[in-house]
Write a protein that binds this ligand. Sequence first.
Ligand SMILES: Cc1cc2nc3c(=O)[nH]c(=O)nc-3n(C[C@H](O)[C@H](O)[C@H](O)COP(=O)(O)O)c2cc1C
Length: 190
Amino acid sequence: MSVLIGYATEHGSTRSVAERIAGHLDAPGRHVELLPFDRVPAAAVHEALVIGSAVHQGAWLPDAVRFVRDHHTVLAARPVWMFSVGMTAALRGPARRLASRSEQPKIEALRRQLSPRDYHCFSGVIRPEHLDRTGRIVFRLLGCRYGDFRDWSEVDAWAARIAQDLPAASADSDRPAKRPAGEHGSDTTP
Ligand SMILES: Cc1cc2nc3c(=O)[nH]c(=O)nc-3n(C[C@H](O)[C@H](O)[C@H](O)COP(=O)(O)O)c2cc1C
């Protein structure tokens, strides 16, 4: 069984989360491919996909959005897990409570489009040098803290659930009824 873990990152923390997930999915008889979206030659060869992106300005990074757009036929036919890496944990007080309860509209739209088996938003890393001057001012005004907010036990728990669900999920996706008509290895819509 072949599983793609595709990701888009700007400063590396989403890659590190993707790598951690890959470590959990690696198993005998399973080929796990970990790739940034701009290096995925074809999505259709994979029987399951775990896809994730850093969040910038409330949206996935352009490579990730492009991947979803270009491969939507494959994504509709395969079991998909979806994750985001943002900065919820960098917020404080009510802003943090609000952010952890609600999803950004653009990401929510992707989620509705993809109907993933599961979706999770992790917190990543935010440093002053990642932001321009205006961004640093807004960041401070919002009462955010800089730091590394990756919670590896949260990543491990999520990845372990995927590892458990993968065999059943891939058996489901083998049923012909789940494949859209006309898909024979091409992973783009004409
Ligand atoms: C310019 C910029 C904009 C960001 N906008 C958001 C945002 O809208 N929502 C959010 O949750 N996190 C936001 N973040 C935080 C990043 O998603 C977080 O730092 C994440 O770990 C970045 O992942 P990366 O290291 O893979 O690039 C932003 C970070 C930067 C640098």
